[in-house]
Write a protein that binds this ligand. Sequence first.
Ligand SMILES: Nc1ccn([C@@H]2O[C@H](COP(=O)(O)OP(=O)(O)OP(=O)(O)O)[C@@H](O)[C@H]2O)c(=O)n1
Ligand SMILES: C[C@](O)(CO)[C@H](O)COP(=O)(O)O
Length: 379
Amino acid sequence: MRTAAIIVAAGRGVRAGGPLPKQWQTIAGRSVAGWTLRAFENAPDIDEIVLVVHEDDMTRARSLPEAEGVMLVVGGADRAASVRAGLEALAPTPPDRVLIHDVARPCVRQTLIAEVCRALKSAPGAAPALAVSDALWTGTEGFVTGAQSRDGLFRAQTPQGFHYVAIRDAHAARKTPAADDVEIARAAGLQVAILPGSDDNLKITTPGDFVRAEKLLAGQMDIRLGNGFDVHRFGAGDHVTLCGVQVPHDRGLLGHSDADVGMHAVTDAIYGALAMGDIGRHFPPSDEQWKGADSAIFLRHAVHLAGEHGFAIANVDCTLICERPKIGPHAPTMQTAMADLLRIEASRVSVKATTSEQLGFTGREEGIAALATATLVKT
Ligand SMILES: Nc1ccn([C@@H]2O[C@H](COP(=O)(O)OP(=O)(O)OP(=O)(O)O)[C@@H](O)[C@H]2O)c(=O)n1
Ligand SMILES: C[C@](O)(CO)[C@H](O)COP(=O)(O)O
């Protein structure tokens, strides 16, 4: 049983407004199209995905990170024409079943996709819908002119699932416009099962819908927070290296590497957010090759690991704790140096300092301590 998903995204999003068609606008850190694709990519029942886009949007679609491995197809003048383009693109290796979904419904849940697939085992078509719960009126010129029974009325949603050959033939036979694929399937004589839809599976249609969708999707964001703490003891020397910057001082910091206590704390914060140990695990102090090493090697490794696991570094905050040297004059240079290594804008990096009021080992100027936090977001 092979199941394909066709995501129609060739509309212009006129009613939603904004600088770009709604599917390319960002909500909760990801484009609307990205969220929708991700839902289907994570669905175990879906074997392949076709994204139908407007010809003007092809370049944008190609650069979408979530579109990797997705077949891109140019859509048509209306929704039905776009669906047909998607169905035709699947024709050379026809799947058994196909789920057709609006890109503008990015909050679709895995469970709903699974339920549509399951229902197709016993029906040629199945789609989610919500029974109308409000009273229905007719009206003209701002006044109610009558009431209408809500019995047996449903608000249609997507994904709408069908046996592939049946819906392909139904679309090929259709000559008049249709609101959705269920209408086209029914006109061709297919039986379509109604499945319970979800209020959360809203279609972004007007500007206010972005706010609701953003609230729902923010809950699906994978955000990780990590902390790091490090201490290095003072010894002989004429400078200390802190957050990648050499600061003149009447002593140096002792350590197996270059003893950049700030960079170590930030590195550990990233490892911590990934739940992947600490510097000692990745660069054991017992290993001679790291003696006197530039700590940038450690930080670059943590940054690479984050990227490899699909995380972007959202921000980093590092506090250096010492009486001397004074950090303030060097903090902007440290911020830039760290931002370069972290490959993020400087505005996402904070380097600050505090004394410990001459208390404890930092107060007695026996060493420098640093603590850091890092926020990582799954992209
Ligand atoms: N020629 C079209 C028109 C619509 N759609 C898609 O069909 C879905 C439902 O359409 P709608 O919400 O009406 O989107 P738009 O047509 O973009 O919106 P508007 O009518 O406000 O311009 C959307 O995912 C839209 O991208 C499509 O693929 N091809
Ligand atoms: C298919 C659909 O999402 C069902 O509710 C809807 O008909 C498509 O949106 P449109 O606004 O009617 O184009």
